[in-house]
Design a protein around this ligand. Sequence first.
Ligand SMILES: C[S@@+](CC[C@H](N)C(=O)[O-])C[C@H]1O[C@@H](n2cnc3c(N)ncnc32)[C@H](O)[C@@H]1O
Length: 401
Amino acid sequence: MLERVLSSRRATPVSDDGDEAGDESKTRKHISVATRVTNYVIRTGHLWPCLLIGLVIVLVTSFVYHTRDLVCISASSSDHLSRLRFFGFEGLETDFGSLGVPWCRTKHDRTVEWTTKDLIKGLEEFVPIYETRPIKNNMYGMGFDHSFGLWFITRWLKPELMIESGAFKGHSTWVLRQAMPDTRIISLTPRHPEKYLKKGPAYVDENCTYFAGKDFVDFGNVDWGKVMKKHGIKDRSQVLVFFDDHQNELKRLKQALKAGFRHLVFEDNYDTGTGDHYSFRQMCDQFYIRGGGHSCIKDSDEGRIRARRKKFWEKAVDIDELCGPGEAWWGVRGQMRDDFNHSNKAISYAEHFKNSRFVESVLDVYWELPPVAGPSLTHQTRYDPARASSPIVEDGRVTEV
Ligand SMILES: C[S@@+](CC[C@H](N)C(=O)[O-])C[C@H]1O[C@@H](n2cnc3c(N)ncnc32)[C@H](O)[C@@H]1O
């Protein structure tokens, strides 16, 4: 049995002056992970609540190749049980995904190679690695779940080069390094992580080319031909690009395609009506998705369910929050947000729909990391499970092994 710590991420944008508020994460939750035999069992220790906004990987057919915040509020057990009972779920049952989970369609309906079993095996391996992380308080950056997802995907794909856009204090650089100990990293981030070392823990990698500080260049403006040549990369499909820079993900997708990259991982797959940038989830939230294509009528079934869930889940989105002028529900109230909510553009539903069609025309594979554990273990009361797929581990049982 492993006694371990899981943590998650605060969904608030981070400024380059983001500071350490002590080295004890507010975003941590403690759980015991009992693994293996026929089941992997998680037993509750002292739990801090957390669920996530997704980490998503997309594999795209490149045009070039012509071929791809958590503020954690503790819930007492009785609160938690009454919430489950209110929704009619007792014991192990939950209502994950009951309001639909936007999922991007792909060209050939392909999916990832890995299974839940692989994820569980990966979790066992990753937990002790995560405990050695140099930045214990990564508020505004990645927590346990997404660190695991990034590590897992990277290790599975074994890229020849890793590119990261948005490093903050360097936690995700460290995660990439744990996955691929000898592989070169290129990190694009306005403030060099070494600057954070003056104030507290940060991670600077020795085998990383930093485009940071005065050398910072935005991903979309890099001369990738030159950079790939310099790093001896002939096949750009062997490069993994990780975006955690709070930019419009459609913009990043197009820039990555133009540069010939195929393996893209996006942090912060914000749900419709939330977040500071246009995300894959938002783009793919369409009428043909279960729970997609929303109704702005308060007295509709969806309106009533959303209003009810708002009472239990702090980040649940009700109709007032979801819908803007003219009943615009797509994106964030009809806006395509970009650059930490600093640069937004109104889009019509037709444009939004066109975006989703574009995305599905280029994607080979789309996969969103499920939450590692559900609220019956984490006691989180912030994110609404109704918009998340079933967790990898839930109350001592493993889903879909
Ligand atoms: C949420 S933080 C990244 C967290 C980090 N990946 C981690 O795991 O701790 C977002 C980072 O993106 C950086 N950023 C802002 N604009 C950017 C841009 N255009 N390109 C790359 N990074 C950017 C911010 O300075 C900040 O360091």
